[in-house]
Design a protein around this ligand. Structure first.
Ligand code: PLP
Length: 381
């Protein structure tokens, strides 16, 4: 079902970087968060049909696409959203950037919880806002929010980018945790942006809770999501903001119009429908594959005296390599010589330089090959 593709010469960002960083002729990249296998068959078929049609003029995001998103939220997360709440944008980061520009001013403080997706920090800084950090607290094999510290930081913040589920620590925040986040943002009048791009990759958590469960609590918040991680279509660029409050929606829409950021391209429109309307069982199978890969990784790590965080969600394992005695950046450098590229902790805010992130969205055979190469490196340290 998950056909591995050779992405080395396919304009893939992940492999472009990996081939630049590693001299190995058959480099394996477990870094950038996309998958190394073919998309769900309905998506490929829908794109084939669109390409065969042969015209690629202006595209229109309409209620058919909104309905597919609304139905996906209902079916997969049991959350109700209204059609007119949904605004297309081409990328999740574009949606977050637009929200920062709309609801904060230059110099304002924007809060993130580290370690976190490494592009949030430059996104905030490129928009001339200031990054505030509320570090997550590690408790054995999972991270938690220190809510007292969060509240103190929120008192000084104008916006909060909440990563839910959380890349790279793999937490799927509970209903109660998210409710507390919403209540605190309301109490301190902080604009809340929930990045839900990993919502479908649920591995060891009972369920995903969307921010849209709390629309009756607080108006000054949005969620941003996309089928891109789930269905390996990030290169097509298809994301959307959900803004339940009319004033918030109108203000951000005006800003998006000002930039002519009208959203999807014509191929992405077809891919979104095929993904959300026809590929739910493929997502379930993918989650089973990620679970299997995580078990394989954990057996390997245990045999080498290492461990990784519990993977409640996302396909990104956060591995603690402290017991190797080398720092994450050094470890990664050595691994690259073996043709294995991981993401190292510091850009995510790992101040101890002791974690690496490994992308598990690949075949078990590819993972096995990567781990065999890693074993050689571990034996030498
Ligand atoms: C949490 C998170 N948000 C956003 C993105 C990027 O999304 P997009 O390419 O739609 O901007 C990623 C990609 O890895 C991510 O992990």
């Amino acid at each position: 079902m998950f056909k591995t593709l050779n992405r080395r010469l396919s304009d893939a960002h992940k492999y472009h970087m990996a081939m630049h960083e590693s001299p190995h002729e058959n480099v394996l990249a477990f870094s950038v968060a996309d998958s190394d296998y073919e998309v769900a068959p309905p998506i490929k078929q829908a794109l084939r049909t669109r390409v065969e049609h042969g015209a690629f003029g202006y595209a229109k995001f309409n209620n058919t696409h909104r309905k597919a998103i609304r139905d996906w939220y209902k079916k997969r997360y049991d959350t109700s959203v209204k059609l007119n709440w949904i605004l297309p944008v081409h990328k999740v980061l574009a949606g977050i950037g637009a929200a920062l520009q709309t609801f904060t001013d230059p110099g304002d403080n924007v809060l993130i919880q580290t370690p976190v997706y490494h592009v949030f920090k430059p996104l905030i800084e490129d928009n001339a806002r200031t990054v505030l950090e509320n570090p997550l607290v590690r408790r054995n094999d999972a991270y938690a929010i220190d809510f007292e510290a969060l509240e103190n930081k929120l008192k000084e913040s104008q916006a909060f980018i909440f990563c839910s589920p959380h890349n790279p620590v793999g937490r799927v925040w509970t209903h109660e945790e998210i409710k507390t986040v919403v209540d605190l943002c309301k109490k301190h009048d902080v604009f809340l942006i929930s990045d839900e791009i990993h919502a479908d990759i649920i591995i060891e958590a009972p369920t995903f809770t969307s921010l849209n469960e709390f629309t009756d609590v607080y108006p000054r918040m949005i969620s941003v999501n996309a089928p891109s991680k789930t269905f390996n279509i990030a290169g097509l660029q298809s994301a959307y903001i959900i803004a339940h409050d009319q004033a918030v929606r109108e203000t951000i829409s005006k800003n998006l119009r000002g930039l002519h950021m009208s959203g999807f391209n014509i191929l992405a429109l077809k891919a979104l429908l095929a993904a959300y309307n026809e590929s739910a069982s493929w997502v379930d199978a993918q989650n089973a594959l990620i679970k299997k890969n995580k078990a394989m990784l954990d057996t390997f790590l245990e045999a080498h005296g290492l461990n990784s965080m519990r993977l409640e969600g996302t396909y990104l394992a956060w591995i603690d390599i402290f017991n190797t005695g080398v720092e994450a950046t050094t470890f990664n450098k050595h691994l690259k010589k073996q043709g294995v590229v991981l993401s190292e902790g510091p850009p995510f805010g790992d101040s101890e330089n002791r974690y690496v992130r490994m992308n598990l969205a690949c075949s078990s055979e590819q993972l096995d090959e990567g781990l065999s190469r890693m074993a050689k490196e571990l034996e030498s340290v």
